[in-house]
Design a protein around this ligand. Structure first.
Ligand code: GLN
Ligand code: ZN
Length: 751
């Protein structure tokens, strides 16, 4: 079988690209030196992939920032404000990606959005009255030739015209249809040029096909591709999809003159049903995405062989998505013991899996790799927590339901907590200064004792309790100084997680994340936040709010297990957090916030699956964490990063007492939705954006509070910033909060 992959990570095994790019930004590296680092990284990737025996190797998947932006740049979809900066190509590219402030102008970056259901972000191309599509020479042709020169059997890849249109923004009254002719011409030209350079196959990424498609969508797809494919000559064109299935576009795809169709058989389970109904056309090649490109577990070879048996014999063995979404290699992990590491496969190990599967198909199950894989999967990876899973199986609706109803609870809480109108609070974290991070690093390296570490954090908490009290805030927080990251911190303190040293995955541009791995059944073995919270409460007469990360966010920001459902893992985490919530309550904490900033992130791509394949268990899991507290204990939650309008009912159904939202950054558009849906949860729509050091004025915040009060009953409103303040400096934090409290005092006097 031919073996290929959709794409490979590009940040470098040791994040070389990140560090080189940052040096270039600081003018410590020239553009040519950065290009040289990039060339070396590409060459190393290609050698690794070729050495593993992969037959067709993608090029154009390398990017200095984002491949959607690369495609836009190649097509000259560069808004005038960036062209007017008169920068060289590389500098202009980074201006699009990160904004530019310098000698020739001041422009913000293009908006960034999450790439489908991943934690990778792409830059949103912008079409306007001024857009002149024409094919330039950004990256694509050079990378292909560079690979060819190294003897690589290269398959150039780029974002296809349909997905490009679906992901872009249209200004000046322009719409996708206005650009169809120009895109047809441009893609035709690109294919011709690649064919002339010697390409045999070209991969056009069309993941937008896995969303729900309307007839108009499919007509657009056909309109774009009919002429492009009519002109392709001997070149073979692969339409590559991933992150789901092509149930509504399969007929359209097969009717067009594509040479290959790339289908995802991991997330796109439905693709099998599609193939069962319509045989795969004999004149096309199926690129079968059978190795999971998004998760980090070893493939069970027998299961994959069973899957392959249902697919055409001449299918190309491939990954389900680009390997961009997993770390480079397990070889660099020294802390995870070998007997555990053998269950993990990052990008490099997945190459080997493709090679193994091909060899096993030829040699049969006598193959040593097959035998070893069978043996691996025959050994239990971890010991099941049977008691926990029995408890989960026995959960009843009442276990997810707080008593009494929210209105009654809020009444009892008002009597118990004695808060003023428009109570003020913050979202949890205060600045993670160099000193705070150094304290954690010193503990990790064993340079200070546990007691010294704790004393530093306590001193910081005391200092910030005083600042909060002097400012006149009503509900205080301890500041989260002991937390490196809101998910990692809980993962480290719960049973069932593993952590990598080098498992970096690109989130956007130079920013990487190192997601924890949910290894086994998750359980709480000891209190996690109780000591810090109780300490803070002991230092003040005001109320201190306990601070937890919610079960859905912990799951969504980790690598999930493949052997149990996300639902079960999330319920396990929820039960662990329930113990923590009850412990906080028992120790006198009266307000507990359970953050769920990532609730929206794993919403299925198809809307009709939202309530049947995700929210149906995600919302109950949150409810489980808080269901057993006393009526007078007030449960808060917090959300940010995304738009909530379309799931606002589900958010209300979390049955929290109070929620703080990121709102100021999104121009408070949320207020209308909260009003129109009669949102019942008491709510703190953020009154200022925390992503910039800018200090909002008192008047500005007063105006925002008036806007809020015009839409939401006074008794339901809390006042807080958009999100936590960990990324801010102390002076602007204090100045901003001072203005926030002053603004509230002014409004209270008017009441
Ligand atoms: N409590 C967290 C903080 O304040 C919430 C962070 C988040 O929403 N991303 O930092
Ligand atoms: Zn937030």
């Amino acid at each position: 079988m031919t073996k290929t992959i959709i794409g490979y990570p590009r940040i470098g095994e040791h994040r070389e690209l990140k560090f080189a790019t940052q040096k270039y930004f600081k003018h410590l590296l020239t553009a040519e030196e950065l290009q040289e680092t990039a060339r070396q990284l590409r060459a190393k990737n290609w050698q690794t992939i070729a050495a593993a025996g992969i037959d067709q190797i993608p090029t154009g998947d390398f990017s200095f920032f984002d491949t959607t932006l690369d495609t836009a740049k190649l097509l000259n979809i560069v808004p005038k404000r960036y062209r007017d900066l008169h920068l060289d190509d590389l500098a202009e590219y980074f201006a699009l990606a990160r904004g530019y402030q310098g000698d020739t102008g001041d422009v913000k970056a293009l908006p960034m959005k999450k790439w489908f259901n991943t934690n990778y972000h792409y830059l949103t191309p912008e079409f306007d009255a001024d857009t002149q599509i024409k094919v330039g020479d950004w990256q694509l042709f050079d990378q292909f030739q560079e690979a060819q020169a190294q003897g690589i059997n290269a398959r150039p890849t780029l974002v296809g015209p349909y997905t490009l249109l679906r992901l872009s923004r249209f200004l000046d009254g322009r719409k996708p249809a206005d650009f169809v002719a120009a895109l047809i011409q441009a893609y035709t030209e690109i294919l011709a040029k690649l064919a002339a350079l010697g390409a045999k196959w070209v991969q056009l990424d069309e993941p937008a096909l896995v969303y729900d498609q309307t007839d108009a969508d499919l007509a657009l797809f056909k309109q774009l591709y009919t002429p492009i494919l009519a002109a392709k000559g001997h070149l073979s064109v692969l339409a590559q999809t991933y992150f789901g299935d092509v149930r509504d576009s399969f007929d359209t795809l097969t009717a067009l003159d594509f040479d290959g169709l790339g289908l995802d058989f991991i997330e796109g389970q439905e693709n099998l049903a599609v193939l069962a109904k319509h045989p795969f056309p004999a004149d096309k090649t199926l690129f079968a995405g059978v190795i999971n490109g998004k998760n980090i577990w070893r493939t069970n070879y027998q299961a994959t062989l069973d899957l392959l048996a249902k697919l055409p014999d001449n299918a190309v063995l491939s990954t389900s998505t680009s390997l961009l979404h997993v770390p480079y290699t397990t070889r660099n992990e020294t802390k995870i013991p070998a007997n555990e590491l053998q269950y993990l496969a990052f990008a490099e190990e997945k190459l080997q899996e493709l090679a193994d599967l091909d060899a096993i198909r030829t040699t049969g199950t006598k193959h040593a790799a097959y035998q070893a894989n069978q043996a691996l999967f025959a050994t239990p990876r971890y010991e099941e927590n049977a008691a926990l899973n029995a408890k989960i199986a026995a959960l009843k609706p009442a276990d997810y339901t707080r008593q009494p109803d929210r209105q009654t609870r809020l009444q009892l809480q008002a009597e118990a907590l004695h808060l003023p109108d428009l109570p003020t609070t913050t979202i949890g974290s205060f600045p993670q200064t160099a000193a705070v991070r150094k304290n954690r690093a010193q503990l990790r390296k064993g340079e200070i004792t546990e007691a010294q570490y704790t004393e530093f954090n306590h001193a910081e908490t005391r200092r910030w309790l005083k600042i909060q009290t002097d400012l006149g805030l009503d509900v205080l927080v301890h500041g989260e100084f002991e937390r490196n990251d809101m998910v990692e911190y809980f993962g480290e303190n719960l049973e069932g997680f593993r952590f990598t040293e080098n498992g970096w995955v690109q989130s956007y541009g130079t920013r990487g994340v190192k997601p924890p791995i949910i290894w086994g059944d998750v359980a709480r073995t000891h209190p996690i936040t109780v000591a810090e919270t109780v300490y803070a409460q002991s230092q003040t007469d005001k109320l201190v709010k306990g601070m937890l990360t919610g079960p859905v966010t912990i799951l969504n920001w980790s690598f999930p297990r493949a052997d149990v459902s996300a639902k079960l893992s999330t319920e396990q985490i929820a039960l662990a957090l329930q113990d923590e919530v009850l412990d906080l309550e028992k120790n006198g904490i009266k307000i507990i916030q359970i953050d769920e900033p990532a609730l929206r992130e794993n919403l299925p791509l198809r809307k009709k699956d939202w309530y049947t394949k995700y929210l149906d268990w995600a919302v109950p899991a949150f409810r489980l964490t808080a269901a057993a507290v006393k009526p007078t204990t007030q449960i808060h939650t917090h959300m940010c990063y995304s738009e909530f309008q379309d799931i606002i009912k589900a958010i209300d159904a979390l049955d929290a007492d109070v929620i703080s939202f990121e709102a100021a950054r999104a121009d408070l558009t949320l207020l209308d939705v909260l009003h129109d849906t009669h949102f019942e949860t008491h709510v703190g729509p953020g009154v200022y954006d925390i992503h910039s050091p800018r200090v909002p004025s008192v008047d500005e915040i007063v105006a925002i509070i008036h806007k809020i009060l015009a839409r939401i009953p006074l008794q339901n409103v809390w006042i807080n910033p958009d999100c936590g303040l960990k990324t801010r400096e102390e002076p602007e934090t204090v100045a901003s909060l001072k203005n926030m409290v002053t603004a509230v005092q002014q409004v209270r006097e008017e009441l």
